[in-house]
Write a protein that binds this ligand. Structure first.
Ligand SMILES: NC(=O)c1ccc[n+]([C@@H]2O[C@H](COP(=O)([O-])OP(=O)(O)OC[C@H]3O[C@@H](n4cnc5c(N)ncnc54)[C@H](OP(=O)(O)O)[C@@H]3O)[C@@H](O)[C@H]2O)c1
Length: 252
């Protein structure tokens, strides 16, 4: 092939390549615009108005006597929902039920918010059972949502990262580890907009980074490293506690 032929081939390819490039840039720009607009719709405008008893009287809240569940129950009752409370301790259930208004009326429509976890988005070593069951909750909820969509029942899968509750023993809330009240207020604005949600903008960014940007093997590796570190710290503290207790028994 001589130079003339190369030039001729390149000249012929110029127009198709231009259109491939233009199409790619236009698709990427449209995709980015769509993501920005839907992000704005979810995280800035929200869907706060949707979650009212007009949708149906009922909300079912599991783990409703502490932490995230309790905040949901309180907020939904404040909005006028009849709330079905589920947890183990009858006395705690009675206390929460007494504090909620208005009274219950047993309707076929409603909202089910299933609390999965960000740990269900990928395997988390050393929290393997927790992570797996949370993945189950996520799949289960998303499947049910499709089955019940026609009946007007909303079933949402909620995948929080850390929230400052009894379970996590986080005493000082931060931007990425909010109070349950703050988390729930943000999460409720996503109902009806997202079947699966991290529920809170900083958590959505973390979810996006860990599932879309960072390779899954790296996420699993760092998850394992973080949990090993935590386990080593816990075992060291436990050993020191036991040594201290042993010493004080000897002195007695
Ligand atoms: N906090 C976080 O950072 C975080 C992050 C991701 C996901 N989550 C998930 O969010 C949910 C709530 O966590 P939380 O931090 O709010 O916990 P929490 O403050 O410890 O509250 C747990 C609630 O669940 C009830 N409960 C516990 N075991 C139960 C059982 N076997 N059956 C029925 N109810 C039960 C407890 O009441 P009784 O003791 O009276 O039963 C309590 O009302 C959990 O599913 C957790 O995995 C939490």
């Amino acid at each position: 092939m001589n130079w003339m032929n190369v030039e001729e081939t390149l000249r012929r390819a110029e127009a198709p390549l231009f259109w491939v490039g233009a199409f790619t840039v236009a698709s990427l720009a449209l995709w980015l615009l769509y993501r920005l607009l839907s992000g704005f719709r979810i995280w800035v405008l929200g869907n706060g108005q949707l979650l009212s008893p007009k949708l149906g009287k009922w909300a079912v809240v599991t783990g409703a006597t502490d932490g995230i569940g309790k905040s949901y129950a309180e907020e939904l009752a404040r909005r006028g929902f009849a709330v079905m409370l589920i947890s183990r301790s009858q006395d705690k259930l009675d206390d929460v039920a007494k504090s909620l208004e208005p009274p219950v009326h047993p309707r076929s429509k409603g909202v089910v918010l299933n609390i999965s976890s960000a740990s269900g988005m990928y395997p988390v070593p050393l929290l393997t059972v927790y992570s797996s069951t949370k993945a189950f909750v996520d799949f289960f909820s998303r499947g049910l949502q499709e089955e019940y969509r026609r009946q007007g029942i909303i079933i949402q899968s909620v995948l929080p990262f850390f929230v400052a509750t009894k379970m996590t023993r986080i005493r000082k809330p931060t931007l990425d580890k909010p109070t349950p009240e703050r988390y729930v207020a943000a999460e409720l604005a996503t109902v009806g907009l997202q079947g699966q949600t991290n529920g809170y903008f900083p958590h959505a960014v973390m979810g996006w980074l860990t599932t879309k940007l960072v390779p899954i093997d790296l996420v699993i590796f760092f998850g394992a490293a973080m949990n090993r570190l935590q386990r080593t710290g816990y075992l060291r503290r436990k050993m020191l506690r036991e040594q201290r207790n042993g010493d004080s028994l000897k002195n007695d």
